[in-house]
Write a protein that binds this ligand. Sequence first.
Ligand code: TXA
Ligand code: MG
Length: 345
Amino acid sequence: MKTEILKINDCQKSSDGLEHAAQILKQGGLVVFPTETVYGLGGDATAADVAKKIYTAKGRPSNNPLIIHIARPEDAEKYAYTNEYYYRLAQAFMPGPLTIILPKKDTIPPEVTGGLDTVAVRCPSHPVARELINKAQVPIAAPSANISGRPSPTSADYCITDLDGKVDMIIDGGECDIGLESTIVMLRQGTAILLRPGAITYDALCCVCENVEISAAAQGTLAENERPLAPGMMYRHYAPNASFVLLDGDTDKFIPYIKQRRQGGERCAAICSSNEAIQLNNQDTVVYGDPDDLITQAHRLFSALREADALGCDIIYARKPTTDGLGLALYNRMIRAASHTIRTI
Ligand code: TXA
Ligand code: MG
């Protein structure tokens, strides 16, 4: 299949292009589009056969459910049974990087939700995403626009690398602001359970809901034989081709550790701060932000993993981040990319 690439800097100027993208969606095609978190691989969420096409293009198991993207929080009524807490959270954080799991209505086919009787609802804030959903007049089912298991794409180039020839169109809307996928919350009898941490942090959720729990999978403490509440948390994810190992220790330990491994003949790359890169003579290093700059680290993490991979080393090291605030989201992605390999140094 020939994939059309559409560059959009300004939604108003690209109104015709967006109309064309919306037509593709209405006709059951697949369109990759930017959101404020990561790029999504979108299709009509009300069509069972489209869900199958999404799973095939992404190479994803069809029991791992998709998020549906809506234009306005109240549009959730058409597809799910909402409640007071949904609207509290929606008022605080939508449009924005929050996904809420609700009991689903029959308007969403089971193929979209991997057979579950719940559906994940998200109202993105990115202007291109919003305009596309508005014009398509259908909810858009969209997983992250990467081949299953690879780091989520934060720019159109990564989507092209992964999905060129597998989708009808890729909309290039520049780099995603946040860089990590949305926070996912499940509502259960007045308790908000944090299934996947993101830019809407645990503390932010606590400002709106009295009871917030962090799921074991979100913290990376799920036991071997336990099933996570979000099926996707089960899979090895974000993994570069080289092995990725997290090192638990500060800069004073990190630098000598990597130098020593190199002296021993190991071909290793480091994802680190600019200060650490200098201390490593900028040799096989990828800078992703200073240790206290979690926003930049989040913005850069997935591209840093891809860039580190491109260096062609056998192993990639990064320091284990804090689990406070946005750090929990970073930690969650990094331990999964590292298949939970953490070494204390
Ligand atoms: O920021 C995002 O959320 C991005 C952009 C494109 O919106 N999308 C995204 O989708 O990250 P995906 O498919 O890569 O991740 C969705 C996660 C998976 O872990 C899936 O298992 C979980 O959401 N999920 C979806 N529906 C669910 C449901 N009904 N119950 C529990 N977990 C669900
Ligand atoms: Mg994903």
